[in-house]
Write a protein that binds this ligand. Structure first.
Ligand SMILES: *Cc1c(COP(=O)(O)O)cnc(C)c1O
Length: 350
């Protein structure tokens, strides 16, 4: 099997031939002041014009925050859109396959199914780390992408950088490292590996630490060449103007973001400590995210008890390897207090 990565080898034939859709706003250069080129309504209301298809202002701000140039960034309607774009660029339906390390984020499988791409699952090790040999044993010449979610949802742990690097070297397709929760992690992002590995794609999002799940803004970091391919197939106006404006506004307050992240980390440690002292709790897993995975004596019963109190957690107990496990997001201090009171009550009754 060929183990060197070349973009030419993994890009779909039809995508190779594509020229990007050229929108009205792409087709002029110079300084326009009268725009009669896009059949818009000319009367200003804040949203009467089409948004910038390449989100230049927003990317400029993200460059300041992340240290990655705009040419290495693709923005999507959530990282979920970037995941879908990757499938459409690199995986031939009913022929190619992708590898995931399970248990993990459900959207990889959803996107694979939607795109008629086979999914091969390599179980994580007992400590929820990717098993390099197992992954490589599963791959064949049609394996185009490998998804590594670090910190992983729902197991909450960061992957060893060593293993990520081993896989970047061994796997001949694209390695996607989904860092949706990296802001909460004790270790660092693999963004600094971007230059070195042309097959690396990193996903981040404004949905978690930055508190913007509602506006749908996901970021893909990759080589200039991969970004160029994804730009070719994305819907031209995939990030709407309300999202671009709001993101710029909220990204301005880095102090608030840092404060909230630090607060959530402190509350996570407190909640972990509280949970580990309950007799109904069998194990509190280490977390590098804004949620905690907990093994309890009876997940369904606990879930229903909390539901009855109006507190919704995620029952993950049906997933192989996560028997009797629930996933709990860190809430506000008030919400965490309500949770703890209900957990105490449950604990004393069971
Ligand atoms: C929440 C989450 C995302 C975020 O997706 P968006 O579409 O950007 O909201 C991505 N990956 C994982 C693993 C997540 O848990």
């Amino acid at each position: 099997m060929n183990t060197t990565f070349t973009l030419e080898n993994i890009i779909r034939e039809n995508v190779k031939q594509l020229v990007p859709y050229s929108s009205a706003r792409d087709e002029f250069s110079g300084n326009g002041s009268v725009f009669l080129d896009a059949n818009e309504n000319p009367y200003e209301n804040g949203v009467n014009r089409y948004p910038d298809p390449l989100q230049n202002q927003l990317k400029k701000r993200l460059t300041q925050l992340k240290g990655v140039p705009p040419t290495r960034m693709i923005l999507g309607n959530g990282s979920d859109e970037v995941i879908d774009l990757l499938f459409r660029a690199f995986c031939e339906p009913n022929k190619d396959n992708v590898v995931t390390c399970t248990p993990t984020y459900g959207m990889y499988e959803v996107a694979a199914n939607v795109n008629a791409v086979e999914i091969k699952e390599a179980a994580l090790d007992k400590d929820f780390q990717p098993n390099v040999d197992l992954v490589m044993d599963l791959t064949d010449e049609n394996s185009k992408m490998l998804f590594l979610c670090s910190p992983n949802n729902p197991t909450a742990n960061l992957y060893d950088e060593d293993r990520i690097v081993q896989l970047l070297k061994a796997f001949s397709g694209i390695v996607i490292v989904d860092e949706a929760y990296i802001d909460f992690a004790s270790g660092k992002s693999v963004l600094d590996k971007l230059e070195e590995y042309p097959n690396l794609v990193i996903l981040q999002t404004l949905s978690k630490a930055w508190g913007m799940a509602g506006i749908r803004l996901g970021i893909g970091f990759a080589s200039v060449e991969i970004v160029e391919v994804l730009n070719r197939i994305k819907p031209p106006y995939n990030v709407n103007s309300l999202t671009q404006t709001k993101a710029l506004e909220l990204l301005d307050d880095e102090a608030k973001y840092l404060n909230q992240v630090n607060g959530i980390l402190k509350d996570r440690e407190e909640l972990s400590e509280f949970l580990s002292n309950l007799s109904c709790v069998k194990k509190v897993y280490e977390s590098d995210a804004n949620f905690i995975l907990v093994k309890v004596d009876n997940a369904k019963q606990l879930y229903n008890f909390l539901l009855d109190k109006g507190i919704i957690i995620r029952d993950r107990s049906k997933i192989a390897g996560l028997e009797n496990c629930v996933r709990i997001s860190i809430g506000t201090q008030e919400e965490n207090k309500l949770l703890c009171e209900s957990l105490s009550e449950y604990n004393s009754k069971n």
